[in-house]
Design a binder for this molecule. Structure first.
Ligand code: MLT
Length: 329
């Protein structure tokens, strides 16, 4: 009884100070940082910058900056946020890797389920298999023939095990039954530079960053990973992987926002409210659609829907990754 009497006032003080903190959040003189676990100039970076711009408008011009904490397939940035102060000023913007890295890494230094608050999902992106411009194949049939006759000689670039580009490339190899040499980068922006330079042969990247390179004739495009063809002018003539004979081959990448576990509920509510307005911003929608992506406008914009979707994606990808037998330390 005595300890209860001592504890209650302490809890009340804590509660009052959390509320006072939340009322002031976000403070005009403080910056919100979106930690982005891949290199600048890639698709995740682009989506994060677009969201930051729209959320900043919604939050009355709040300063939101991007911190590209790239490396180790995106786990360095995610771990930075898992260990950050839960004050709403350090957030993680990441993609499907949130659900796939736990199956790839033997020793992931954070727990996806327990170490984050889920704020909301924002967009979904198709992927696109592309190759260096001087590749001796001009369509999927020729590419498949070339790949099968060059077993063990092909390099495929990606952003590390568990990244979007890696998942897509891994499925491509297992469906074709052709092993390729995986070349990991800190993101697909530096990988794209090497693909354009001809240092690597293939890459599967998100359409938001492949479209400008296809339009500029810097890379060859072979197929998209959606169940049906895309409408964007650069990709409308591209077959789907399934049309090209790769049965059940679909991959969609999703992006979302997270805070460190323990961020006060009123702060999370402000962030979620701002995210839900931002994803309806016509400018945000226009930018995503121009890159072949679509903006999420369903219960996954909310913390509970976001978290249950990520957990279902973890369960969906775990057996695929286990079967591939690829691990990272
Ligand atoms: C990926 O392949 O996971 C992404 O393209 C990484 C990135 O945004 O650079």
């Amino acid at each position: 009884m005595r300890s209860m009497l001592l504890c209650v006032p302490a809890a009340v003080v804590m509660c009052l100070s959390a509320n006072a903190f939340a009322q002031d959040y976000p403070a005009a003189n403080k910056t919100i940082t979106f930690v982005l676990p891949y290199a600048a100039g890639g698709p995740t970076d682009k989506a994060a910058r677009d969201l930051a711009q729209s959320m900043s408008k919604v939050l009355g011009g709040q300063s939101i900056v991007i911190d590209n904490a790239a490396g180790a397939s995106g786990s360095i940035g995610a771990n930075k946020v898992a260990k950050a102060s839960p004050d709403g000023y350090t957030l993680l913007f990441t993609h499907i890797a949130q659900a796939t890295l736990p199956s790839f890494f033997r020793n992931l230094p954070y727990n996806v389920e327990k170490d984050f608050e889920y704020i909301g999902l924002v967009s979904e992106n198709p992927m696109n298999l592309i190759g260096r411009s001087n590749l001796p194949a001009n369509n999927m049939a020729e590419l498949i023939g070339w790949a099968k006759s060059h077993k063990g000689q092909i390099n495929i670039a990606n952003a590390g095990p568990g990244s979007a580009s890696h998942l897509c490339g891994m499925l491509f190899q297992s469906t074709l039954k052709v092993d390729m040499t995986s070349v990991p980068y800190k993101g697909t922006a530096p990988a794209m530079t090497d693909l354009i330079g001809g240092q690597v042969d293939l890459m599967c990247d998100q359409t938001t960053t492949t479209i400008p390179q296809i339009e500029g004739k810097k890379v060859k495009s072979f197929a998209v990973t959606t169940p049906t063809r895309l409408s964007s002018p650069a990709l409308k003539d591209m077959p789907t992987m399934q049309e090209a004979g790769l049965k059940d081959f679909t991959v969609t990448i999703w992006q979302g926002l997270y805070a460190p576990k323990g961020t006060p509920a009123p702060v999370l509510k402000k962030l979620n409210d701002a995210l839900k307005v931002a994803v309806k911003d016509p400018e945000f929608i226009r930018k995503q659609e121009a890159g072949g992506a679509s903006v999420i406008n369903d219960p996954r914009n909310d913390p509970a829907g976001h978290k249950s979707f990520v957990m279902s994606e973890m369960a969906k990808w775990a057996p695929v990754i286990k079967a591939a037998g690829v691990y990272a330390d």
